[in-house]
Design a protein around this ligand. Structure first.
Ligand SMILES: Nc1ncnc2c1ncn2[C@@H]1O[C@H](COP(=O)(O)OP(=O)(O)OP(=O)(O)O)[C@@H](O)[C@H]1O
Length: 257
């Protein structure tokens, strides 16, 4: 069976990505365990987004292997094992909240793929991300944080087992970001989804992650994987010495990347 819980959610073995002659990722070998929350840090241009694109079958590995829940990335994409949330919510401006969240259902229908989700599931997710009552609103009537909530609801509609997030809250103000961090942790706990979350913020990486993966640049490669052992996450935890010790350690590691 490929589906045992000890099968990694994502497994990379010696994976390498080249863009023509430019080596973007070199010899990436790492397993992301099911149910984990993996924050990814690294200097600008080190290959964080490329790593997510490699996992999600958007760029090919020219060496090595990548598997999601034991499946090759293309098979995992077709089985909708993963979903992607980008920095920009990428909503269709002419569709209201409910219709944006339901978009994967329509795409599935057009492709003749039966999806295990309904408009009622979409309404439930809209409630879950705190947008009940805004189902008919158009994207331009929402704040940036609300648009990101819609994108997260849409990503969760097909019940992915792996959620790939590329700086999803990078463009938001700090208060909104704090609130969405807490909501994301609730969603993660409730759904059991494995999350791989790219961020530039050390503090966000430590606050969210069960693990923080740090990449080094030129070429992009694994520099460090730190397990974060902190009690139940609340915003106040960021004022504790334990939290600051993790941030200090990662800052020192980043300085060598
Ligand atoms: N399609 C592409 N063609 C050529 N080079 C690319 C392509 N995509 C990314 N790169 C290069 O690969 C390297 C890694 O890019 P990537 O976007 O993954 O970095 P990043 O760590 O996410 O950066 P940032 O933190 O600035 O968002 C960069 O040098 C970038 O210029």
């Amino acid at each position: 069976m490929l589906d045992h819980s000890d099968t990694p959610a994502v497994s990379l073995k010696g994976a390498q990505v080249r863009f023509n002659r430019f080596l973007a990722l070199q010899d990436i070998s790492i397993d992301f365990d099911q149910g984990g929350f993996y924050s990814v840090l690294g200097p600008s241009g080190c290959g964080k987004s490329t790593l997510l694109r490699l996992i999600s079958d958007l760029v090919p590995a020219d060496r090595g292997e990548v598997a999601i829940l034991g499946k090759p990335t293309e098979a995992a994409r077709l089985a909708r094992e993963f979903a992607f949330v980008f920095q920009d919510a990428t909503l269709l401006p002419w569709r209201n909240v409910l219709d944006n969240v339901c978009l994967p259902l329509e795409i599935g229908r057009k492709r003749g793929v039966a999806l295990n989700a309904s408009r009622d599931d979409a309404r439930r997710l809209i409630r879950m991300v705190g947008l009940e009552g805004r189902e008919k609103a158009l994207p331009h009537e929402l704040s940036g944080g609300q648009r990101q909530r819609v994108a997260i609801a849409r990503a969760l509609l097909c019940k992915p087992r792996v959620l790939l997030m590329d700086e999803p809250f990078g463009a938001l103000d700090e208060m909104t970001r704090d609130r969405l961090n807490l909501e994301l942790l609730d969603l993660w706990r409730e759904s059991g989804v494995t999350i791989v979350f790219v961020t530039h913020s050390i503090s966000e990486a430590v606050f969210l992650g069960t693990h923080v993966l740090t990449l080094a640049a030129h070429p992009g490669r694994v520099r460090d994987l730190t397990a974060i052992d902190l009690p139940h996450r609340r915003i106040e935890i960021r004022e504790t010495p334990e939290f600051n010790a993790y941030c200090g350690k990662l800052r020192r590691i980043l300085e060598t990347c």
